[in-house]
Write a protein that binds this ligand. Structure first.
Ligand SMILES: [Zn+2]
Length: 393
């Protein structure tokens, strides 16, 4: 995850969110959507093995020579799965930007539908981290070995299925995300398939902890504001999983904080998954021993279901530039505000901000009761969220 001058993080909601959100989202749909595709069962031991491997001292915080070694490891994993190289006969895409050089790693699983050979879904995660600084290893277990493990496990599950989905899937690992998204910026300028053939871009950055260390089972997803048709897919993909899904707008983060940025700018529909910035974000303490692997496994299942459904659906939700407010976002942010107030002492939230949160909670609750939120109220809600999360994180 890219550090921000103004830091803010995605939002979440308490246990009551799913029942509250489902009728709100599904009630507006006609006819009802088809059932969730199953068939994604990640292996928890594999997730653990991959995260420990990537965070090990051997890969030196995935910068420089250690970053090269991590890239070689990923190429080996993709070859073992029997996937095709994405860049001609190569799995890697070397690039330089100013005085930095890096390489993206990618493989493809061609679609089974001969009518759709020109339609692709991207599932991605950045694999670089901060390296060794001041003699200390930054292992980046959550940021973003967790996301890489998710992509590799979803890839394995899809390869192991008897039936290949109709659309092709590109599995991409970006380099130098931590350096102003250099890898994904290069990728969109030199994509292995034309950008207008990408029906959905999915990325994940940090899937194994919780927002501010207080958000428990929350998983946030951003991007549905530009493709609202994806919203029920995400909610349904969470069925039966011990996750509380907070569907919020990416504009909550003020700037593009991860690799969805270059795709958003080119109007490619995207989904960005994250469990949020934790207290060990960008510290040497981001170690595998404290990753919540149960949560990572659940997030992997959810994201895998969304990818499989997207690769199989008859039609894909298209990009829409206009961001219409949706009440599910207010429900998610109300949950975060309630958590923040609950933990206000340990988080050191100043008195003035506590009052601000309480005032905004009343306003949001009214909107939720009415079942609609105005653009002005949404903006006010995001501003308060950004201010408080900047203080807390
Ligand atoms: Zn980061």
């Amino acid at each position: 995850m890219l550090a921000a001058a103004v830091r803010a993080a995605p939002l979440q909601e308490g246990d009551s969110m799913m029942p509250a959100l489902l009728p709100l989202i599904l009630g507006s749909l006609c006819p009802p959507p088809p059932p969730v595709s199953s068939g994604v069962e990640p292996n928890r031991d594999r997730l653990i093995e991959i995260v420990y491997q990537l965070a090990s001292p051997e890969f030196e915080g995935r910068r420089g020579a250690g970053g090269r070694a991590a890239g070689d490891y990923l190429i080996g994993q993709l070859q073992r799965l029997g996937l095709d190289p994405a860049f001609g006969d190569r799995f890697d895409q070397e690039f330089t930007a100013g005085d930095r050089s890096g390489r993206n790693i990618a493989a493809m699983l061609p679609g089974a539908d001969p009518e759709r050979t020109d339609e692709w879904i991207i599932l991605s995660a950045h694999y670089d981290h901060l390296g060794i600084r001041g003699g200390r290893l930054f292992p980046g277990a959550d940021d973003n070995a967790s996301g890489v493990a998710m992509v590799l496990e979803v890839a394995r599950c899809l390869v192991d299925r008897d039936e290949r989905p109709g659309r092709g899937i590109l599995f991409v690992f970006f380099d130098l995300e931590e350096e102003a998204l250099l890898g994904s910026r290069y990728f969109v300028q030199h994509p292995p398939v034309p950008l207008d053939q990408i029906r959905l871009f999915v990325t994940a950055d940090m899937l194994g902890r919780s927002l501010a260390g207080i958000a428990g089972d929350a998983l946030f997803v951003m991007g549905t504001e530009h493709a609202p048709g994806l919203r029920p897919w995400v909610v349904e993909a969470a069925e039966g999983l011990p996750l509380t899904v907070g569907v919020v707008g990416a504009d909550l983060l003020v700037i593009d904080r991860s690799d969805y940025g270059p795709f958003r700018q080119r109007k490619v529909p995207f989904l960005f998954f994250s469990t949020g910035e934790s207290p060990v974000y960008h510290t040497p303490d981001d170690v595998p021993q404290t990753i919540d692997f149960e949560k990572l496994a659940s997030a992997t299942t959810l994201i895998g279901r969304v990818v499989l459904r997207s690769a199989s659906a008859d039609t894909m939700p298209a990009w829409t530039s206009e961001r219409s407010p949706w009440i599910g976002e207010a429900v998610a942010i109300r949950g975060v505000f309630e958590l923040l107030l609950e933990h206000q002492e340990e988080l050191g939230i100043p008195g003035a901000q506590r009052a601000l949160i309480r005032g905004m909670l009343n306003r949001i609750s009214r909107s939720i009761e009415e079942g609609t939120i105005t653009p002005e109220d949404r903006t006010a809600m995001l501003r308060v969220s950004q201010l408080v999360l900047f203080t807390v994180l």
